[in-house]
Design a binder for this molecule. Structure first.
Ligand SMILES: Cc1cc2nc3c(=O)[nH]c(=O)nc-3n(C[C@H](O)[C@H](O)[C@H](O)COP(=O)(O)OP(=O)(O)OC[C@H]3O[C@@H](n4cnc5c(N)ncnc54)[C@H](O)[C@@H]3O)c2cc1C
Length: 486
């Protein structure tokens, strides 16, 4: 069983370290996942001098771990948006997702991108009584907007449900698509891998981006790093929480031309790719269910209960869930020239694609029809305040829990957290008996870190930063290490 994503098969990490010292450009895009690559693609024919940098290999972030459904039905998004923002906003969100869906197909056809694109029926299935009412509510919205759909009560699946609706949709291989776009981008725009952006400083009319290999100056900066690595100016940690879920790929002869997701508990997400069934489940807030070993066991059991098949690949992924149902895409503040794209609530194929279009439009024409919808500084309402309180309680709970985890007995005998003169220190003792000591607090927002027994990393249970046993940052939003200087 491979403990990695099926999509990474055949792709390797790029190791080349470029030189970029003191480059001056119009636009610097930071991050080469679906959002950053789509932005570069949308700007490739402009007159602007653009570059894209990524701290690792293009496409190896969250985009490599998705299930890669290109969906505008998603998981009942529209009724939530109606409640939070009104019916006009919900319709506009629908338009944005449909536009992104069409854009992906257009790119594939125009540039002959071979990415296993397949048209499927995409279903949302109600697997308990209360969910039926929710699905019917979503159906009423589709009807109102004249979206063609079909209703169903059975599917050839070992999963029971009561009612479902489906629309014409598609699936693809996310990395093949991304690398197809990359090939076109590179004809016009340089892409630099293994360049770690550490800080963005504001100058009078530009920004200086400090990276691990030198400084860059740009008039416009696009932060497409999945989680923005700054707290101010977008305050994303106060408007989102991180959700983690697990995915399994298993060889099967029963291939179908549909994808689906259940609403209600438990959640099952299904699609097919070549001769694989791809199954996702066990979604939970990062602050809950801290033991990855247990989590993996649970999803394996759930999969076996339904499918009784061998597991060929197993992996997990994380995404930012906005507390008001809409991603954050656009300028952090009007005229700031600093852009972000995040909070795709597990629907990043369409949202990352539309993010590219929106940001390119805003940079070139100072206008996008979706500017207000996805605005970073949009208004709070009562319902959103409620969600914010729920998120805040989650963080408070995990903070207290990690204080209790300080008890060395929580871990096996090779890990402990001690208090040295008021500072929390995490210690991992390796096979040779060598102690690896690090600070036990995440530099991002001071959450206490927990040790991931499976991957031998220190993980932040609040905002998903990760560090190796010697304190080096593996993934953000934290930019700083947790090393103890000797
Ligand atoms: C289990 C699961 C299943 C999903 N399935 C689907 C699905 O079926 N359909 C769908 O539409 N969406 C799905 N999603 C959501 C989707 O995977 C994400 O929303 C999307 O991939 C995010 O893309 P991104 O470009 O924002 O981030 P990433 O792909 O993570 O790209 C960010 C890039 O920025 C780089 N970076 C980070 N920090 C820095 C830095 N400081 N300097 C330089 N570079 C940096 C990283 O190396 C990375 O390459 C799923 C999510 C989960 C959790």
């Amino acid at each position: 069983m491979n403990q990695t994503s099926l999509w990474l098969d055949g792709y390797s990490i790029s190791k080349e370290k470029p030189t970029i010292q003191n480059k001056k450009v119009d636009v610097c895009i930071i991050g080469g996942g679906i959002a950053g690559i789509s932005t570069a693609f949308a700007l490739k024919d402009s007159e602007l001098n653009v570059i894209l940098i990524d701290k690792g290999t293009i496409g190896f972030g969250a985009t490599a771990y998705t299930t890669a459904k290109i969906s505008y039905l998603q998981e009942l998004p529209y009724q939530k948006i109606v409640t939070m923002h009104g019916i006009e906003a919900a319709k506009l969100y629908y338009n944005s997702q449909k536009q992104a869906f069409n854009q992906i197909k257009y790119n594939i056809d125009t540039y002959h991108i071979d990415c296993d694109y397949q048209t499927v029926k995409d279903y949302i299935l109600a697997n308990d009584v209360s969910s039926v009412a929710k699905v019917k509510k979503e159906e009423a919205l589709l009807k109102k907007w004249n979206v063609p759909y079909q209703t169903i009560t059975t599917l050839p699946l070992p999963i029971s449900f009561q009612y479902g609706i489906g629309v014409s949709s598609a699936v693809f291989h996310p990395l093949k698509y991304l690398y197809g776009l990359k090939k076109q981008i590179e004809l016009k725009i340089p892409i630099y891998e293994n360049v770690f952006a550490k800080k963005i400083n504001k100058n009078k009319n530009s920004y200086t981006i400090e990276t691990d290999i030198g400084k860059l100056e740009a008039t416009y900066v696009v932060v497409a790093t999945h989680y923005p690595f700054f707290i101010i100016p977008s305050y994303i940690p106060f408007k989102t929480h991180v959700e983690k879920s697990y995915v399994i790929a298993s060889k099967t002869k029963d291939i179908h031309d549909f994808s689906c997701i259940t609403t209600g508990t438990p959640m099952h997400s299904i699609r097919y790719h070549n001769d694989y069934l791809i199954y996702g489940s066990y979604a939970h807030a990062l602050t809950n269910h801290l033991d990855d070993e247990k989590n993996l066991k649970k999803i394996k059991e759930r999969f076996q209960n339904h499918f009784q098949k061998e597991i060929d690949y197993i992996w997990f992924n994380q995404d930012l869930i906005p507390n008001d149902g809409l991603p954050f895409i656009g300028e952090t503040e009007k005229g700031s020239h600093l852009f972000i794209a995040t909070g795709f609530h597990t629907w990043g194929m369409t949202n990352g694609t539309i993010a590219g279009t929106i940001i390119a439009d805003l940079i070139q024409h100072s206008y996008s029809p979706y500017e207000d919808l996805f605005m970073i500084k949009r208004n709070w309402n009562l319902s959103r305040v409620g969600h914010f309180i729920v998120d805040a309680c989650r963080y408070a709970k995990i903070y207290l829990q990690t204080i209790l985890i300080q008890n060395p007995k929580f871990y096996r005998d090779h890990v402990c957290v001690i208090n040295e003169n008021g500072t929390r220190i995490g210690i991992y003792i390796d096979d040779k008996g060598i102690q690896h000591k690090v600070y036990n607090q995440c530099p991002h927002m001071k959450c206490n870190l927990i040790f991931n027994e499976k991957e031998k990393t220190w993980d932040c249970p609040c905002h998903s930063s990760r560090f190796d046993i010697d304190g080096n940052v593996i993934r953000g939003p934290s930019m700083q290490s947790i090393k103890i200087s000797k």
